[in-house]
Design a protein. Sequence first.
Length: 446
Amino acid sequence: MPAAGAIPWRVAPPLVSTAATMLAAGVLSSLLPLRFSAMGLSPGVVGLIATAEALGFLVGCLYAHRIIAPVGLERAYAAFAGMKAVAILCLYFAEGIPALALLRFTIGLNAAGLAIIVESWLNALVPNEQRGRVLTIYVLVYGLFYGAGQLVGQNLNVRGPEFLFIAGIATILALVPMVGIDVRAPVLPQRVNLEILKALRTSPASVLACLLNGLILTGFFTVGPLFGVRIGFDQQHIVLLMACVSLGGLFLQWPIGYISDKIDRLHALIGLGLGILAVAAALVTVDRQTPFVLLAALFAIFGGLAESLYAVGVAHANDRAVMADYVALSSTLLFIWALGAAIGPTTGTYAIQLIAPRAFFAYVIALTLAFTVFAVWRLYRRKLDRVVEVREEFLTYPQTSPEIYAWLPYHRDASGEPAAGDARAADSTAQLAAGGEAVPPTTGAT
């Protein structure tokens, strides 16, 4: 019998599977833009192909449940992993732009399905009081193996099949823990409704923070390798730089989240905006003579600040919502992020193609400045209103699928019921159950 409070061993198979899929995703993230560039495709076309994957992910988040429901989680997982591996391997044979875009759309769609199933499984396998710890482990596995996958590609030939084989094999191996080991399958996940207007009323600053994260950070994962090529770096240095972005995004979120727990989260969002502006302004000036260590540090800080926009934005929105709205609100913010992720790669790559390699960072400065000015304006407006927020503990959520928000442990005890200290949330939940509408916890939105 496991010790009281110990994390059950049954969470290991989904985590091992996540490690394998993230290793594959990391290998592809840095090397696919370089491969497409070596094939003679322009940066703008590379961005369009990356957008196809983001759109596939978005479609998968919205409609993967229709595939999962008739066959169950185990068979659906096998189908998603198999199709994703086939699409990865077929990239070696595809040459035309429509074929490449279709394959990357397929990769994104199946990646969303895999994330939904793994997160449904983990959510069902742990009691509420252990979800925070398991979520932390999940985020670490997610980020560490993604960064490790990027580092694997340092010496691989982008024109050859090796890195595609590695990514395909890792995706296939992800099947073993999930379908080859006796793991109790949870109930099927339920689709969550999207409520964009309600999210805007609750916290427009959070909506814009999640959109900005998708626009600049997801775009940078496509633009970054092309930027490195344009200023004269070799493949090894480019892969290391992109790994710095991923690992900086992973490890800087915890100290930033800790600080955001201690101060007004709108102040934290403004601080993130100012930090991104400073780093982007420094990156505008870099060239081949810039010391690599300095450039790596700038890339890591950029990744950490930009990645934290999403996590702090979600936390700030949850501060201003009632418990009954948490899952729908956070899922809506993920959808907003995905929209930005679908736009960012195309916009960023066309900026460096039509203007200059450093134009992407000018694009980042323009968007971040607009966001920061808006957040300052909202802060000023909020001072005119009486606003009451219920502070929630910061938790880092990866941008995977809406199912991750079923993990929310806020204001629940071990039985899953609202804690005694959150009477307002319990009242709102009861009101919703009776057919009424939840009353927002604040008198104004930020």
